[in-house]
Design a protein around this ligand. Sequence first.
Ligand SMILES: CC(C)(COP(=O)(O)OP(=O)(O)OC[C@H]1O[C@@H](n2cnc3c(N)ncnc32)[C@H](O)[C@@H]1OP(=O)(O)O)[C@@H](O)C(=O)NCCC(=O)NCCS
Length: 185
Amino acid sequence: MPVLRKLFPAEWDRYERHLLRLDPHSRLMRFAGNTSDAAITQRCRTLDHGRTVIVGCFVQGELRGAVEIAVDRTLWPRDAELAFSLEAPFQGLGLGAVLMERALTIVRNRRIRRIHMLCLHENRRMRALVRRFGGALTFDGGELLAVFDLPPPNHLSLAVEAMEDGAGAVGAWLSAIAPTERFAA
Ligand SMILES: CC(C)(COP(=O)(O)OP(=O)(O)OC[C@H]1O[C@@H](n2cnc3c(N)ncnc32)[C@H](O)[C@@H]1OP(=O)(O)O)[C@@H](O)C(=O)NCCC(=O)NCCS
């Protein structure tokens, strides 16, 4: 079973290694352009702890997917940006949808009302995900801009995030004591 949980900044080096493992096509889709190893490393090492949340998807203890949530730099941010990544063997299994659902809850619970996301036109999976979760897609200089308008948080959305944090901690503990368990799609 994959385990989804927020990463602590102290383990963001695992996120860097995950991004470096992306095959060329996934890397192109993730960064909407060609990106070198050095650029990925530089980017990961300069991520702003104060405005970034990374939700990781662990399979057998290894980080295989993530959504990076970056909120804008104002004191009371109203906008956020999302970027998804799954290593090729873990694509097309529905994990992107699970990451999307988590990200929307987290962003909504921070009273952020709008999400922006750049996506290459040929990224059919991402386009399908955006549509499924109610985002609007528009052209922006050859790329697609996805925008989600979010409702304010409520008791349920706050409880869901708290439960998911708890489930992530328990899942991490269980996979540490049973690391050989197989991933069932
Ligand atoms: C884009 C990405 C996050 C999607 O996650 P995923 O787990 O692979 O996708 P899912 O299995 O959740 O499927 C998403 C949708 O695409 C559809 N889909 C799956 N395979 C597809 C394919 N080969 N062609 C077209 N659509 C496809 C699914 O039916 C689903 O649609 P639905 O939600 O309407 O049912 C993932 O593939 C990825 O990380 N790709 C590389 C990096 C990237 O593109 N990042 C996005 C930059 S923001």
